[in-house]
Structure formats: structure tokens, C-alpha cells
Design a protein around this ligand. Structure first.
Ligand SMILES: Nc1ncnc2c1ncn2[C@@H]1O[C@H](COP(=O)(O)OP(=O)(O)O)[C@@H](O)[C@H]1O
Ligand SMILES: [Mg+2]
Length: 322
């Protein structure tokens, strides 16, 4: 009781001074941007690393919300929700507040109640994720065709960027294994013509770019996709490539996943699916390698060791093209 009283008196003192209670140190300087958070009674850390932190906050009535702060490159997620997901009506958690200030982006969003597919890797969720991807790509493709220029150019992944990223990667000798630069030069000889085909034959639609079980929350038989920090617009099917790769790791048949995608996507997006998945893998791997070079290697100490394997996978995918 005594403790409660003490707690209570410190609460009122805080309140009298108009300060937020319980706010983690790292949030105090941003709390004025999201006044609702001042009332939070419990903050529980869900994940923290140098470019983002995610908390579950409990409000006085007992409701919970998710507060996510992205730094540097990861601050873009607030803009993704506001200027990409919302206008294109992409199914994603409800956003109560999305704020960008300088190099920080803050999101206050719906707490999706459920377990991630990483925690509960039921095969049916992989099939559902393929269906969901098909529906999302089909819908966004048609909405973009109608809306067109309303969406900011910053979200488009240009094919020239992918080629420039590969050129940049080739020069990262400190991260590459011996001969990988030579192999990457061979990749540069064949990739531009394939990218040309991809961008000519397939329409631009949405790409999540981190389409893995850890970013899928299962609620009964449905899924909610979270963590849109890397989303952009492009014709490549990297999301299906990521989903198949993780399905294999969990012993789920890639064929069933691919069939679920094929059966739920519009015909124009289902052409040459094997080639599209390979190209998706190539585009996604280049995108992630560039991200690792620019941010990841500094932010995640062990990330340096991921580069050679990813380059090998890139080479393997490129070989299947020729
Ligand atoms: N809207 C949400 N509802 C419920 N849990 C969430 C939500 N957003 C994030 N989480 C939880 O926090 C974790 C980290 O969030 P995420 O957005 O994936 O951040 P990171 O960029 O660090 O991967 C997720 O794996 C999930 O467990
Ligand atoms: Mg995540």
C-alpha cells in the first residue's frame, strides 16, 4: 500500500509538471510529437536495434498500441504508411499517428493481436501469405494504373538503380571474397537485358521487401503483414522469392506456395513465373546488399559476414537465367 501511495504521489507530481510518465529515456525528446503517448501507463520493449525500436504501450483503459521509432533510413516507414499504403489501400495495421521529423519517423499503430508466423510456423500461413501477396499485387497494380502520378516518385525502384547498386557492390573489396568481383562483372554483362525485359513486360506494383515469417502476424486463419520499412514500387517478385525461401526452411512445399500465388493473381502477373521468381530474387538480393553496404554493416555487427553468401546466391540466381 505504501508503495502504491508513493507511486501515486510521484504520478501526481509528474502530472502537475505536465511531464510524461514511464516514458523510456529514448522517447522523451519525441513525446511531444505524439501527445497520446504521454498517458501510456506501461511500456514494454518488443525489439530494439540501432535503426529502430518497437514498444507495446498500455493506455489507461487497458488498450494496447504499438509505438515504433525508426532512425535514419528506417525513418521512412512513417512516410510509407502515409503516402504509399494508405492511398493504395494496402491491408496493414491501422495507423493512429505517423510523424516524420528530420531523421526520425514515429508510428503509433494498432496492436495486431496474434503470433508471428515465425513463432507459429503453420504451413497454412505460408499458403495464405502467397494468396495475400497475389491479391495485394493485383489490387495495387490496378489502383496504380488509375491513380498513376499521384504517388510520389521516391517510392519507385528504377532499374538503373539496381544496375548502379551492382556496380557499387563490385567495388566493395573489403566485404567480398576473392573473385566475387569478377563474377559480379559477369553478372553486369547479362543483367541489364533481363531487367529491360522485366520492366517492359511486367507492370509496377507494390513490393514489401522483407516478406518473411517474422513480419507476418497470424490471426485465426488470416494474416496481417507488418514492418513496411523497406516497401517500394517495382515490377519484381522478390516477395515471393523470400516467401519460398523461408517456406523451404520450415519444410513447407515451395510448389504449393507458388501454386497458391499463381491461382490468386491476375493473368498478366502470372506469366513466366519461374523466371519472375528468379528475377525477383536477383532484384531483392541486390536491394538488400546495397542496404547492408549503406546501413546494415554499421547497424548490425555480424551483417558483414552475410555479404559473401548473399553474393553467391546472387550468382547462382544469375546462372539460372542463362
Ligand atoms: N502492429 C503490430 N502489432 C503487433 N506486434 C507488432 C506490430 N508491429 C510490430 N510488432 C512486433 O514487434 C516486432 C518488431 O517490429 P517490426 O516492425 O518488425 O520492426 P523491425 O524493423 O525491428 O523488424 C515484430 O516482430 C512484432 O513482434
Ligand atoms: Mg521486422
Amino acid at each position: 500500500m505504501k508503495v502504491l501511495e508513493l507511486h501515486h504521489s510521484s504520478y501526481t507530481n509528474h502530472q502537475k509538471r505536465g511531464e510524461a510518465m514511464n516514458t523510456p529515456q529514448a522517447w522523451t525528446e519525441y513525446i511531444h510529437l505524439v501527445p497520446a503517448l504521454k498517458n501510456a501507463v506501461v511500456w514494454k520493449s518488443l525489439r530494439q536495434w540501432s535503426l529502430s525500436e518497437v514498444w507495446r504501450v498500455t493506455m489507461p483503459g487497458g488498450n494496447t498500441m504499438i509505438a515504433k521509432k525508426g532512425m535514419g533510413e528506417n525513418s521512412r516507414e512513417a512516410a510509407v504508411y502515409e503516402h504509399l499504403l494508405r492511398p493504395l489501400k494496402v491491408d496493414s495495421p491501422i495507423i493512429y499517428n505517423a510523424i516524420s521529423e528530420g531523421s526520425v519517423g514515429i508510428l503509433l499503430m494498432e496492436d495486431v493481436k496474434g503470433k508471428s508466423v515465425e513463432e507459429n510456423p503453420d504451413g497454412r500461413y505460408f499458403i495464405e501469405a502467397a494468396r495475400k501477396l497475389a491479391a495485394m499485387r493485383t489490387e495495387v497494380r490496378s489502383r496504380l494504373a488509375n491513380k498513376g502520378t499521384g504517388i510520389k516518385d521516391v517510392f519507385y525502384l528504377k532499374k538503373d538503380k539496381l544496375i548502379n547498386d551492382l556496380v557499387h557492390l563490385k567495388k566493395q573489396h573489403q566485404l567480398l571474397e576473392i573473385n566475387q568481383d569478377v563474377n559480379l562483372q559477369r553478372a553486369l554483362d547479362v543483367l541489364p537485358q533481363h531487367l529491360e525485359q522485366l520492366y517492359k513486360r511486367f507492370p509496377v506494383t507494390i513490393t514489401h521487401n522483407d516478406y518473411y515469417p517474422k513480419n507476418m502476424v497470424g490471426i485465426n486463419k488470416t494474416l496481417k503483414i507488418i514492418d513496411w520499412a523497406n516497401a517500394n514500387l517495382s515490377p519484381h517478385l522478390g516477395d515471393l522469392y523470400c516467401l519460398i525461401t523461408s517456406a523451404e526452411e520450415y519444410g513447407v512445399s515451395p510448389k504449393e506456395v507458388i501454386d497458391a500465388y499463381r491461382n490468386n493473381v491476375t493473368e498478366e502477373l502470372a506469366i513466366d513465373l519461374d523466371w519472375q521468381i528468379t528475377m525477383g530474387g536477383i532484384c531483392w538480393t541486390i536491394y538488400m546488399l546495397r542496404w547492408l553496404i549503406d546501413y546494415g554493416v554499421d547497424a548490425i555487427p555480424e551483417a558483414k559476414d552475410w555479404v559473401p553468401d548473399m553474393v553467391n546466391e546472387l550468382e547462382r540466381l544469375l546462372e539460372t537465367l542463362s
